[in-house]
Design a protein around this ligand. Structure first.
Ligand SMILES: NC(=O)c1ccc[n+]([C@@H]2O[C@H](COP(=O)([O-])OP(=O)(O)OC[C@H]3O[C@@H](n4cnc5c(N)ncnc54)[C@H](OP(=O)(O)O)[C@@H]3O)[C@@H](O)[C@H]2O)c1
Length: 266
């Protein structure tokens, strides 16, 4: 059975290769990107693929745009929250989103949170059945008192990235425990794969981007088959950072994310 799948961050790296794999096997794909030209090029190139590929544009560093994306995408069977910001080229430089939030927390976690929250809320017919958060094996406990990594002089891009990725895993586990009508999984696609974010961080790639796409496709298929509340290290089920399993911390994170995103929700 084929599905209609939204993939965020689809014009490069793991996301683009995933779109190519899914459309080749006949799934209809909604490819999301912020770069209009690159998106049009990808959609045109895949116009003859077995599965239809359409494009949708949004800058995920703006939660208004995330909410608009959710309202415009239409009915989908699965969501892959793949778009992300890496360590950055200057790890001591704290960047902010268009809404003024710390950039990694905003794009990697809050955008995925609001997109998931909105799509689930508007999915009255329960067609949306699989949500994949592309997280990372790099996970660090959050500081509830400093979710925006704003403590003066303490900013570190790798730590901010790892916190945002643990937040994605916590969100996966929290949703899976609460919503038994859908599947929620998180996946680490591979370590230092040859993609833009790894090169931008000045790191020599250690793996192929294609293997990352294979890992995310595996997680997606597991979710479509009913696996939920699972974290995959590439294609193997694995244990996440201990902090991801703390139900009280999950609840606090959900409350904080709801409060931060509420002003932007439609
Ligand atoms: N590569 C690795 O070794 C590795 C390891 C663990 C986890 N991951 C995760 O895998 C996912 C895919 O990353 P990748 O390795 O394929 O890196 P990538 O090639 O840099 O892809 C990141 C994607 O996210 C998009 N994106 C970033 N900021 C955005 C924004 N504000 N609005 C919309 N789109 C935005 C990028 O769009 P632009 O092209 O327009 O910038 C790009 O399509 C990420 O979640 C990453 O954290 C990767």
């Amino acid at each position: 059975m084929t599905s209609r799948i939204l993939v965020t961050g689809a014009t490069g790296g793991v996301g683009e290769l995933l779109v190519r794999r899914l459309s080749a096997r006949g799934d209809a794909v909604v490819a999301h990107a912020r770069d209009r030209g690159a998106l049009a090029k990808l959609v045109a190139e895949l116009s003859g693929a077995p599965g239809e590929v359409t494009g949708i544009e949004a800058d995920l560093s703006s939660l208004v745009e995330v909410a608009r994306l959710a309202s415009e995408v239409g009915t989908i069977d699965a969501l892959v929250n793949n778009a992300g910001v890496g360590f950055g080229s200057d790890r001591s430089k704290r960047e902010t989103s268009r809404d003024g939030f710390e950039l990694r927390f905003a794009v990697n976690f809050l955008a995925a949170f609001l997109l998931t929250e909105t799509l689930v809320a508007q999915d009255e017919r329960h067609r949306l059945r699989a949500i994949v958060h592309v997280a990372s094996i790099g996970q660090a406990p959050l500081d509830d008192a400093d979710l925006m990594s704003a403590k003066p002089g303490a900013y570190e891009g790798v730590l901010a990235y790892r916190r945002s990725k643990l937040a994605m895993v916590m969100d996966t586990f929290e949703r899976a425990a609460r919503d038994k009508t859908r599947s929620y999984v998180a996946v680490h696609p591979g370590t230092f794969l040859a993609t833009k974010m790894v090169r931008d961080a000045g790191i020599t790639p250690q793996g192929k981007a294609e293997d990352g796409a294979i890992a995310v496709e595996h997680a997606l298929d597991a979710a479509l088959a009913g696996a939920s509340g699972v974290y995959f290290d590439t294609v193997r089920e694995a244990r996440a950072n201990d902090a991801a399993y703390d139900a009280a911390a999950q609840a606090r994170l959900r409350e904080a994310a709801r409060n931060l995103t509420a002003p932007f929700a439609v």
